[in-house]
Design a protein around this ligand. Structure first.
Ligand code: GLC
Ligand code: GLC
Length: 811
C-alpha cells in the first residue's frame, strides 16, 4: 500500500494522507541552521548542534506522537484546524504534503478555506522561512483568524528535558511589533537569541504556553485559539512560546500571503544590549529585513532550487529503469547530503542529544557526498583527523560545535582508524587534491603535536599492524563496524553502556572484518604513497597487506564463508562450529570487496553462502541463526531480540557491500537483485509493511526471525545512503573515480539496457553513453573517448577539456 507518489519532475515525494504509518519527515537547511519537519508539520529546529543550540522543543516518546512542531492554526467560526492536520487532527477536505529537496510544502483545505505553506531555510542565512497563503475558495466573504505557534527550547536540549527545578524559572522573552524574541539565558553566558516574526502587523501575540493552551489542554485544543484571542502575555519562566494572531477578511476568491521567519541571532559579548535588559536587535532587524515580501521569499526559494539543481547535476543517469533514475538522480544523493550534515545526531530516531559526529560514520558518509561538495569534504576530513590520537586510534565521536572528541562515548573501536584512509582516498580520487596530505593536522585537537595528514594515515594503518592477536588478525578492541560485537566487554548489569563499560581492549579477540578492511584500505593507502613518490612506504604497506591476506586465508576462512571474529577465549564467532550466529554478512562483503578469495574461488563460495543463508525478500540479514539468548562474551549484539538490529536484522548499511562484492565477481544480476531489495522506490508499494519514508533508506529492516519482518526503523541517518550511492554509481553503473581519472566498468543485470550518465569530475563534464548490445553483465569491450578508442577502463584525466564524450560498449 502507498500513501503518496513520486513527482520526479519536481523532485518531490507527494504524501496524500496525513495518516502515514509513521511521521514521514524532511530536512531543511544546508550548512548551519537545520529543521526537521514531518508531513504533519511536526519537528524542531537547531543551530549547528542539535544538543547545545536547540531552538524549538520536541517531545520524543510523547503519548500523542509528533505533536510538537511549527504549527499554524486556523479558526473559522467554531472550527479550528491545521493545514498539516496535526495537532488538532480536524478532518480536512483536502490535504497534501510535498517533501522536496531542502523544502516542504503543505496544502490543506477546510470549509472553503485553503491554506498552503512553503517552508525552507535560505542559502546563507540562519533563518527558516514559511510562506502561508490563505485563499477563500467559496462564494461568501470569510472572516477567519490565523495563529502561528512554536514552543521554545531552552537551548541545551538535554538540560531542557531534565532540569526543571532550574528551567521553570529562567524563560525570558521580549516582543516588539510583530517579532517575538526568545532570550532565555542571554542575560548571563549566552550571546544568542531566537526570533519569530511575521511581515504584517499582528492582532495579538502570546509567549506563555499555559496562557495559550490553558493549563490542562493539549496542543489540539489551545484555549486562546478556541477563544479567538491571544492575551499578549510576556512570559516569565515556565514554558515560553511564540504565537502571532492575524485576523483575516477574505472576499470570495481572494488570497492573502504572509511570510514568517524563525531566526537565530548571535551578538558580540560587548554589544549584547540596546539598553539595560533590552537586547540589541540590530542584527535581527537586518536579517528580517531581507525577507519582508513575498518576492523576497520567492527569490530566496528560487536560489535554493538552483543550488540543489546544480549539485544534483553532478551525477545524472538516464536509463529505462525509473527507480534507478529517481533514486540516483534525486533521493539517494539528497540523503547523502543529509547524512553528511547530521551524521547520526538528529532524526526522528536519534534525539540529537546522545550522539555527535561519528568518526567512522562521517568518514563513510564522505564516500556518498564527496562529488557534490568536495570543499566541505576536505574540511570534514581535517575535522575528523584532528580528533585522532597520536597512536592512530580515535575517539568514536566528536561534538559538532566544539569539534572536540567526545570522551563520554569513548574510543577503542579498532576499525575507526582505517575509515580515515577510506574517506581521504575517496576525496583524493574525486578531486586530485593531494595538497590535503601535506596539511598539518593536530592530534586530539592539540596543534603542538600536529603532523601532516599523510602521517595520520600512516598511523591509522600502523595501528592495525601493531594491534594483532593470536591468529595475526587485527584485534577488535571495543568493537569494529558492528558496534554491538563487544568481545571484551563482559557486561552483566543493566544500565552499563556497551560503548563504554569494561576494558576497551583485550589481547585476544580479533576481527576478520577489520582484516578485510585493512586489505582494501591498505591498498588505497599504498596507492597514495605511490602517488606521493614514497615507494619504500608503498612496498612496506603492500607487504603488510599480503601478510594479512595470508592470515585471512589461514584462520579467517571457514570452508564456505569467512569467519567473523575470534572472541576473548579465541573461539570462533560466525563459524559453522557455532550453535548460533554461524555466518555474518560483514566479512563476506568486506573481504570480497578487498579482493580476497576472488582468485581461489572463495569469494564466490562466500557470496553463495550469503544468498543461501542470509537472504530474505526484504534484504540480506546481518547474521544467522539469530542469537536466542544473551551471551556475555559477545555483548550487545545478543541483547537484541532475534531479528532486530545487529542480531539478525537486515542492517541495510551492509547490503551494498554484498552488492558491490557481487560486482567484483561479475554477477550483475545478483548485484542488482540485492540493490533492489532495500531500495526505497522499489518497495514503495509495501509502505504499510515497511512503514518508514519510501524516499529514503532506513538503518534497519526487521529480519526473518522478528515478529514484524520487513518493518523498517531508523530512517535517514544511516551509512546505507553513502554506501548505496557508492554501490550503484561506482560499481553497478560502474563510474569509479581513480587517482588517474574516471574508470568506466559497469556491472549491470543482463537486461538493464543501454544508459547515459552525466558525471562532473574535477570540473570536467563527462557525457557517458553505455551500450550493452549482447546483454552481458560485465566487461567493457571498447571505450571511445571523444571518438578515439582507448585501452583499459580509465579515461585519462585532461583538465584542458570542459566536456568529454565517452561511449562504452559492454561485451
Ligand atoms: C550504526 C552506527 C554505525 C555502526 C552500525 C553497526 O549505524 O552508526 O557506526 O557501524 O550501527 O553497528
Ligand atoms: C549502533 C547500533 C546500535 C547500538 C548503538 C550504540 O548504532 O546500531 O544497535 O545501540 O550503536 O551502542
Amino acid at each position: 500500500m502507498k500513501y503518496g507518489f513520486f513527482d520526479d519532475n519536481n523532485k518531490e515525494y507527494v504524501i496524500t494522507t496525513p495518516k502515514t504509518p509513521l511521521p514521514w519527515i524532511n530536512y531543511l537547511g544546508c550548512t548551519d541552521f537545520f529543521t526537521l519537519i514531518s508531513n504533519t508539520c511536526g519537528g524542531y529546529t537547531f543551530y549547528k548542534d542539535a544538543k547545545l543550540l536547540r531552538m524549538t522543543r520536541y517531545r520524543y516518546n510523547d503519548t500523542t506522537p509528533d505533536t510538537n512542531g511549527k504549527y499554524f492554526y486556523i479558526k473559522d467560526g467554531d472550527t479550528i484546524w491545521n493545514p498539516g492536520w496535526q495537532p488538532t487532527k480536524t478532518e480536512l477536505d483536502s490535504y497534501e504534503c510535498r517533501h522536496g529537496i531542502g523544502y516542504s510544502k503543505f496544502c490543506g483545505a477546510k470549509n472553503d478555506i485553503e491554506a498552503s505553506l512553503i517552508t525552507f531555510v535560505p542559502i546563507g542565512d540562519p533563518v527558516e522561512l514559511t510562506k502561508v497563503t490563505i485563499t477563500n475558495k467559496g462564494a461568501n466573504k470569510k472572516e477567519i483568524q490565523l495563529f502561528s505557534y512554536v514552543e521554545w527550547c531552552l537551548w541545551n536540549a538535554d538540560d531542557d528535558m531534565k532540569n526543571y527545578q532550574r528551567n521553570l524559572s529562567i524563560g525570558e522573552v521580549e516582543v516588539l511589533d510583530s517579532t517575538i524574541y526568545h532570550k532565555t539565558e542571554y542575560r548571563e553566558r549566552r550571546n544568542h537569541y531566537a526570533v519569530y516574526s511575521v511581515n504584517t502587523p499582528i492582532n495579538g501575540f502570546e509567549t506563555s504556553r499555559d496562557e495559550f493552551r490553558g493549563a490542562y489542554n493539549g496542543p489540539d485544543k489551545p484555549a486562546a485559539v478556541l477563544a479567538g484571542k491571544l492575551n499578549n502575555t510576556i512570559a516569565s519562566g515556565w514554558y515560553p512560546i511564540a504565537s502571532h494572531q492575524i485576523d483575516i477578511v477574505l472576499a470570495p476568491g481572494e488570497s492573502k500571503t504572509f511570510v514568517f521567519a524563525l531566526g537565530y541571532i548571535e551578538n558580540p559579548d560587548d554589544d549584547k544590549w540596546e539598553k539595560p535588559g533590552v537586547i540589541n536587535k540590530t542584527k535581527a532587524n537586518t536579517l528580517l529585513s531581507k525577507y519582508q515580501t513575498s518576492e523576497d521569499f520567492d527569490n530566496a526559494f528560487a536560489a535554493l532550487c538552483d543550488y540543489w539543481d546544480n549539485l544534483l547535476r553532478k551525477f545524472h543517469i538516464e536509463s529505462k529503469d525509473e527507480h534507478v533514475n529517481r533514486m540516483v538522480n534525486i533521493w539517494n544523493q539528497y540523503q547523502c547530503m543529509v547524512t553528511f550534515n547530521m551524521s547520526r545526531s538528529a532524526s526522528y530516531y536519534e534525539t540529537g542529544i546522545g550522539r555527535g559526529m561519528g568518526f567512522r560514520d562521517s568518514c563513510q558518509d564522505l564516500l556518498g557526498f564527496v562529488h557534490l561538495i568536495p570543499d566541505r569534504a576536505r574540511e570534514r576530513i581535517i575535522d575528523i583527523a584532528s580528533t585522532q590520537f597520536q597512536d592512530g586510534s580515535a575517539y568514536h565521536q566528536y561534538q559538532p560545535l566544539t569539534k572536540k572528541g567526545n570522551s563520554d562515548i569513548g574510543s577503542g573501536f579498532n576499525d575507526d582508524p582505517l575509515w580515515l584512509i577510506a574517506g581521504t582516498s575517496a576525496y583524493i580520487r574525486e578531486t586530485g587534491d593531494t595538497s590535503i596530505l601535506k596539511k598539518m593536522v593536530p592530534y586530539d585537537n592539540d596543534m603542538s603535536v600536529a603532523t601532516t595528514l599523510m602521517e595520520h594515515l600512516k598511523r591509522s594503518f600502523d595501528y592495525i599492524v601493531t594491534h594483532k592477536g593470536p591468529h595475526d588478525l587485527p584485534l577488535i578492541g571495543r568493537a569494529d563496524w558492528n558496534d554491538c560485537l563487544n568481545l571484551n566487554c563482559f557486561s552483566e548489569h543493566p544500565g552499563e553502556s556497551f560503548q563504554c563499560f569494561g576494558p576497551s581492549e583485550g589481547p585476544v579477540a580479533e576481527s576478520v572484518f577489520i582484516a578485510g578492511m585493512f586489505v582494501k584500505y591498505g591498498r588505497e593507502y599504498a596507492a597514495l604513497c605511490k602517488l606521493m613518490g614514497d615507494s619504500s612506504e608503498e612496498a612496506r604497506v603492500l607487504s603488510e597487506v599480503d601478510k594479512m591476506i595470508a592470515a585471512i586465508e589461514k584462520d579467517g576462512w571457514d570452508g564456505e564463508w569467512f569467519v567473523r571474529a575470534y572472541d576473548a577465549y579465541s573461539h570462533k564467532v560466525g563459524s559453522k562450529e557455532c550453535d548460533e550466529g554461524q555466518i555474518y554478512i560483514e566479512p563476506q562483503g568486506m573481504c570480497v570487496m578487498a579482493g580476497v578469495g576472488i582468485e581461489n574461488g572463495n569469494a564466490e563460495k562466500a557470496l553463495n553462502s550469503v544468498k543461501d543463508k542470509l537472504d530474505t525478500k526484504y534484504g540480506v540479514m546481518i547474521l544467522q541463526p539469530a542469537y536466542t539468548k544473551y551471551h556475555l562474551e559477545l555483548g550487545e549484539i545478543t541483547s537484541y531480540p532475534p531479528g532486530y538490529k545487529e542480531n539478525a536484522g537486515i542492517f541495510c548499511h551492509n547490503n551494498p557491500w554484498i552488492s558491490i562484492a557481487e560486482t567484483c565477481i561479475g554477477r550483475g544480476n545478483r548485484a542488482f537483485e540485492v540493490y533492489k531489495k532495500t531500495c526505497p522506490s522499489y518497495i514503495e508499494d509495501i509502505s504499510d509493511i515497511h512503514r518508514t519514508e519510501p524516499y529514503v533508506y532506513s538503518q534497519m529492516v526487521a529480519g526473518a526471525d522478528a515478529k514484524f519482518h520487513g518493518e523498517a526503523k531508523n530512517s535517514w541517518l544511516t551509512g546505507t545512503a553513502a554506501w548505496t550511492f557508492t554501490n550503484i554509481s561506482q560499481y553497478i553503473l560502474g563510474i569509479y573515480p581513480t587517482l588517474d581519472g574516471l574508470s568506466v566498468n559497469p556491472c549491470t543485470p543482463a537486461d538493464f539496457g543501454d544508459f547515459n550518465i552525466t558525471r562532473v569530475y574535477r570540473g570536467v563534464t563527462y557525457n557517458i553513453e553505455i551500450k550493452n548490445p549482447n546483454k552481458v553483465q560485465k566487461g567493457v569491450a571498447s571505450l571511445l573517448v571523444d571518438g578515439k578508442e582507448i585501452k583499459g577502463n580509465i579515461i585519462p584525466f585532461d583538465s584542458s577539456k570542459k566536456v568529454v564524450n565517452v561511449t562504452a560498449t559492454m561485451n
